[in-house]
Design a protein around this ligand. Structure first.
Ligand SMILES: Cc1cc2nc3c(=O)[nH]c(=O)nc-3n(C[C@H](O)[C@H](O)[C@H](O)COP(=O)(O)OP(=O)(O)OC[C@H]3O[C@@H](n4cnc5c(N)ncnc54)[C@H](O)[C@@H]3O)c2cc1C
Length: 486
């Protein structure tokens, strides 16, 4: 039986990104995907937030995404737009780009990296033991992995097999989403009525994307064209001659989060770990960022450079990030109720969000630019995203994000600190003497004191900040990149 260091279940955006991260770190992790090909019906998610664009920039693929979509101010809370054009980032916007396009671009990139996706491969059973996990496939073949990562979506077989609880909130509303043709010209745009929020938007190919809230909650059963017609007539008084659906699906506001992201050698990422209503457009973004947090850690554990306790930091960092999104979506669903009191509350919140400080705080969180992993007290950069500065290096000018393209950690010495040495970590962490004389500014926080040196993890978060010496550097290198003896 073939044994792999890591097997990923699910070739959605999360699994694909994770496989790329592992590959960049030198680990060949096949993806098992039940679909027969990469194609799947429906456009699904509508785009990316700023931090996810930055994450793709850290790997050198932001341009591919940007050239395929349209940049726009997409961050919003309860439909109140949150402009981030004044944020200190190279990408002070979101990107309107359908999920199937995002997946196509990710697929092309991972193909270039040599990632292997085994399509038509359904995982039906997992049997974990102390040394690994036996995987049974739908055609009765078996595989074995030291670690398995469930990126297999909200109904995750991996999560269920591992016995991981998925507590949360049952659905209160359901929506139908469809891609169809209309015989008649519709009333484009959003509509908010006593049933809920609905929308009709043109797709590039002349078809129509319909999102309609159902009058009564439904969570089960196949969705038919007739269901869609009835829901549309209830809202618009007509079905606009709807025909030829290429995709009809139902989603709800059920919100759940795995109580742990790891059970021994089984890990979860993306929708397998958290589901919520798509208001605010966060799910795909969370999944990609889960993958970028987990990939390098899992690679180091598999290679034996780090102990497997490093994987606990994945849970510690990413569980709170998704918990916050889940809470925000619960709040926004509550604010969608059509009664006068809820409307008044929504208007009050809109008034608040038009003031600069709340706007900045909420824009930071909806764009993902304010993410702060708790690495303890210290300089404001600690645990936050490293800004994409224009640096001067011995090889000429370089952007910080360029230095992260190969997903390896980098220690930047800005020249103010003596005794910065990488010693036994030289084969794991790249040390660069650099110059930068501009301002240090973080989204939401504003200007911060210039550090003398920073240790940047492969996911672009700052793991250590030097002030006037190497104090704490060895401890940080050991925590994140393994003991000096490796
Ligand atoms: C209407 C709608 C709008 C949305 N809008 C946005 C948005 O604007 N922005 C945003 O960020 N997010 C949005 N989302 C959420 C986004 O679509 C999901 O969060 C995202 O697809 C999650 O990616 P994933 O890779 O974790 O899981 P998925 O995309 O669900 O992929 C899971 C994969 O696992 C495979 N699989 C499942 N079980 C098995 C098995 N047993 N064996 C092998 N393979 C298996 C599946 O076939 C699938 O390919 C929206 C969602 C909906 C429904």
């Amino acid at each position: 039986m073939t044994e792999y260091p890591v097997v990923i279940v699910g070739a959605g955006p999360t699994g694909t990104m994770l496989a790329a991260e592992l590959k960049l770190a030198g680990i060949d992790a096949p993806i098992l995907e039940v679909r027969p090909t990469q194609e799947r019906p429906g456009s699904r998610a509508g785009g990316l937030h700023s931090r996810t664009i930055e994450v793709f920039d850290q790997r050198g693929i932001a341009e591919r995404m940007l050239s395929a979509g349209t940049t726009a101010q997409v961050a919003a809370f309860n439909s109140v737009p949150l402009d981030i054009s004044d944020f200190p980032t190279r990408h002070p916007y979101g990107l309107a780009l359908w999920q199937n396009q995002i997946e196509r671009i990710l697929g092309e990139w991972t193909g270039e990296l040599g990632v292997r996706v085994q399509y038509g491969c359904e995982v039906v059973e997992l049997v974990p033991d102390d040394a690994g996990v036996d995987i049974r496939l739908g055609d009765d073949r078996h595989m074995r992995a030291q670690y398995i990562v469930g990126c297999d979506g909200g109904r995750s077989l991996v999560r269920n097999s591992a016995g991981i609880e998925f507590p949360g909130w049952d659905a209160t509303i359901s929506n139908l989403i469809a891609e169809v043709e209309f015989a008649d010209e519709p009333e484009w745009g959003m509509r908010h009525d006593a049933i809920g929020i609905h929308g009709l938007g043109p797709l590039d190919d002349g078809r129509v994307r319909v999102v309609v809230t159902e009058r009564r909650l439904r969570t089960a059963g196949d969705v038919t064209l007739d269901d869609l017609r009835k829901a549309m007539v209830a809202v618009w008084g007509t079905d606009f001659g709807v025909r030829n659906p290429t995709w009809i699906s139902r989603f709800t506001d059920s919100a759940r989060q795995a109580d742990t992201y790891r059970a021994g050698r089984i890990l979860l990422a993306g929708d397998a770990a958290h589901i919520h209503y798509p208001v605010g457009g966060q799910g795909l973004n969370l999944g990609v960022q889960d993958a970028v947090n987990l990939g390098w850690k899992l690679a180091q554990v598999v290679k034996g450079t780090s102990r497997d306790t490093l994987l606990d930091t994945y849970q510690a960092e990413r569980h709170p990030a998704a918990a916050r999104v889940v809470r925000d979506t619960l709040a926004q669903v509550a604010l969608r109720r059509a009664d006068e009191r809820t409307k008044a509350l929504g208007e009050t919140i809109a008034d608040l969000l038009r003031m600069d400080e709340p706007r900045t705080a909420f824009a930071g969180r909806m764009s993902g630019l304010d993410i702060h992993y708790d690495f303890g007290d210290g300089h404001p950069l600690l645990g936050r995203r490293m800004p994409d500065l224009d640096l001067m290096t011995a090889d000429g000018s370089r952007r910080v994000f360029e230095l992260l393209h190969n997903a390896r950690p980098v220690l930047l010495n800005f020249g103010g600190t003596d005794g910065i040495e990488i010693g036994p970590w030289a084969n794991r962490v790249r040390l660069l003497d650099v110059e930068y004389d501009g301002m240090w500014e973080l989204p939401v926080l504003g200007e911060v004191p210039a550090p003398a040196a920073v240790l940047v993890r492969p996911d672009g978060y700052v793991a250590w900040v030097g002030a006037d010496g190497p104090a704490g550097l060895e401890a940080a290198l050991t925590t994140w990149f393994g003991s000096p003896q490796q």
